[in-house]
Design a protein around this ligand. Structure first.
Ligand SMILES: Cc1ncc(COP(=O)(O)O)c(C=O)c1O
Length: 435
């Protein structure tokens, strides 16, 4: 489609600089701490920046210990392994701690949330999404425990910075004696009201993880953290992350290790970013509210959140098209086809239009139960087993909230450096897609 010559878009100018989905925002102090690491020669996985960021993030989130790691994925791996070891004992060096065990997990999330289950030889079972926050559905989780009562671990993510229904999820976990790995990679700075108390995401699970990936609300270019109140768990994760060395004069190993510790140079970038976390959340919130206002007259709604029980960090603003206003749009495994239709539009058309004018949106994270790699894994909805619901002789199929959000929803440009004028142009482009 040639958007530039499409009369619907007449008068709209291409952005001279690309408007990003969510890119790093540096403030200056990052340079100072990186320089200090280099000047003092602490260019290693030890140094003052690491100690400072661990202390500051633990203080911000309200946990006793934060262990700085090379990535959120590393944090999730060690959190998942720790949970596996707690539940099922220490595994042999060539085996995962979750061998032969099922783990219930969020379905609309980035695959880094749940791949560690496979690293540990476990089997992810995907829990469908609820429409109120686009996170793990508590009813579906209850159904999952009915079907697989022996399961003892849940991995839950807060999509796009919106806290999920953690009070219900915690109640269900406690009822079934299950542990929770919390993936707060996208939600650093978001808060949730648990038993009438505001708690930061990253302090809601039994094992908690955050990320400083380049697209996150604050960044070190990469990096992540494991968060806990347990000294024993903190010590174990620190040990595993530094190759599991024992206290001997030589390299001595009692258990498998990993090279997952954060670099002091990366920690310098994060040290310069932490003072700006709340400011970034405010900017992201303003973006969300501008979209909500600007798109109000269209048949779309924003990614929802529970205003009473949560304060998102508004990392990514998304919208979802109402079913009646969906223009034809089909997706294959790696390609898609859509057509324009008066008064209607589709994520395919809107994302292509934005791209043509130099703005970056993205489809909703494709649900894990739809991913080729995990297609043979269980998927549980609020109605029970979500697999094998179609029939050649009967119309319909089961509910699949995640597939529906993926089909109708999209992530909008949410960069906190986007100006109000640029965002108005994005909003204008979206309007014209519906003409
Ligand atoms: C939900 C979620 N979990 C985990 C990760 C992985 O974090 P990292 O990139 O720091 O390894 C990401 C993003 O990168 C994410 O969005």
């Amino acid at each position: 489609m040639d958007f530039m010559n499409d009369l619907r878009f007449k008068g709209i100018e291409k952005f001279d600089r690309r408007v990003w989905l969510s890119s790093p925002t540096m403030h200056g102090d990052e340079q100072r701490w990186v320089d200090e690491a280099i000047q003092t020669n602490w260019v290693s996985t030890v140094g003052a920046n690491i100690s400072v960021v661990e202390k500051e993030i633990a203080g911000y989130i309200g946990v006793k210990y934060a262990i700085a790691l090379s990535a959120g994925t590393a944090a999730l791996h060690l959190a998942t392994k720790l949970a596996g070891e707690k539940l099922y004992g220490q595994a042999r060096p060539n085996a995962g701690t979750l061998a032969g065990k099922k783990v219930f997990c969020s379905d609309i999330t980035f695959d880094a949330s749940i791949n560690p289950i496979a690293y540990e030889d476990g089997e992810a079972v995907f829990i469908d999404t609820e429409p109120d926050t686009w996170n793990m559905c508590p009813e579906a989780l209850e159904k999952a425990f009915e079907i697989y009562p022996e399961t003892k671990l849940i991995v839950v993510a807060h999509l796009y910075g919106t806290p999920g229904k953690m009070e219900e999820i915690r109640r269900i976990a406690d009822k079934h004696g299950a542990l929770i790995v919390e993936d707060a990679a996208e939600s650093l700075g978001a808060k949730y009201k648990l038993h009438a108390q505001w708690v930061e995401t990253g302090a809601l699970g039994d094992y908690n993880c955050i990320s400083f990936n380049g697209n996150k609300i604050i960044t070190g270019s990469c990096g992540g953290m494991f968060l806990t109140d347990s000294k024993e768990d903190a010590d174990k994760v620190r040990k595993w992350s530094t190759q599991s060395r024992e206290a001997a004069p030589w390299y001595q190993h009692e258990e498998i290790g990993y090279n997952y510790r954060m670099s002091n140079v990366i920690a310098g970038v994060i040290r310069g970013q932490i003072p700006h976390l709340d400011e970034h959340v405010r900017q992201k919130k303003a973006i969300y509210e501008r979209y909500r206002e600007g798109l109000r007259d269209l048949p779309v709604s924003m990614n929802p959140y529970d205003e009473k029980a949560s304060i998102p960090n508004f990392w990514l603003s998304c919208c979802i098209i109402s079913p009646a206003a969906m223009a034809p749009h089909v997706r294959g495994e790696q390609d898609e086809l859509w057509t324009s239709s008066p008064g209607k539009s589709s994520p395919g058309e809107i994302l292509a239009a934005l791209a043509a004018f130099g703005a970056e949106g993205r489809p909703i994270w494709k649900p894990m139960h739809m991913q080729p790699i995990y297609r043979a894994h269980g998927f549980i909805t609020a109605e029970g087993n979500g697999r094998a619901k179609s029939d050649a002789y009967m119309a319909g199929g089961g509910v699949d909230v995640g597939a529906d959000i993926f089909r109708r929803g999209m992530c909008l440009p949410s960069d906190n450096k986007m100006t109000a004028e640029q965002q108005e142009r994005v909003i204008d482009i979206i309007h014209r897609c519906f003409e």
